[in-house]
Design a protein. Structure first.
Length: 216
């Protein structure tokens, strides 16, 4: 079974599963206790590296959850090892809600969504956010690729567990880069056709000029 299920299926969740008739299926996933943190697989690591953004959920001292989007070039979230993710956090609106939350409670949830391929990944972890100059070696490792802007913090997440969601109801959407890459062969073909068309027009114009000056 997955450690993710062990962490997610609380007593309250199990009661709802009983009410909704899914307790038997849920119970099968809890037969074997899993205490150790779950290592990231190669496929999971590649999926994370391939994305240009994710949702970051933390919980404040009032008990209210807070969700923040973090984006950058594909690969800005680095897989440091099979248990650790990291990225350089750049200056934003300077509210620092997520940073304050993780200082009080390091438990976080990450949500990675690939609209184009209709895949999504949920991650439980423990996060830290420290000034970038506290660990220059790690800062250098996380520097390429990274989000553009003034770097303020190093954020690392110790992965506790992860789970893949079903693809149902994910609307396929494509980034500008993905659309441009897909259409590149079409644009190349159109450019060649335009060149061929221009050459044919020039040839026809030249023939017409020759016919115009040819004596009867």
């Amino acid at each position: 079974m997955s450690r993710y299920d062990r962490l997610a299926y609380t007593s309250a969740v199990r009661r709802v599963q009983e009410e909704m008739g899914s307790a038997t299926a849920g119970g099968r996933r809890l037969r074997e206790p899993v205490e150790d943190a779950e290592p990231l697989t190669d496929a999971t690591a590649d999926f994370i590296r391939g994305l240009d953004g994710f949702l970051f959920a933390s919980v404040g001292e009032t008990g209210w959850p807070y969700i923040q989007f973090r984006g950058g070039p594909a690969g800005f979230v680095h897989v440091l090892d099979e248990h650790t993710l990291g990225y350089l956090d750049v200056r934003g609106n300077r509210q620092y809600i997520t940073t304050g939350n993780v200082r009080g409670n390091d438990r976080v949830a990450l949500f990675f969504l690939d609209h184009a391929r209709q895949r999504r990944l949920k991650v439980f972890g423990r996060a830290t956010a420290v000034p970038a100059d506290e660990n220059p070696v790690l800062a250098e490792r996380l520097d390429s690729p990274r989000t553009e802007g003034r770097v303020e913090q190093l954020v690392t997440i110790q992965v506790e567990a992860f789970a893949w969601n079903c693809p149902n109801h994910i609307t396929p959407r494509f980034s500008r880069h993905e659309v441009s890459s897909a259409l590149a062969p079409v644009h190349d073909r159109l450019a060649r056709l335009e060149q061929e068309n221009a050459a044919l027009r020039a040839e026809l114009a030249a023939r017409a000029d020759a016919d115009a000056v040819r004596p009867d």
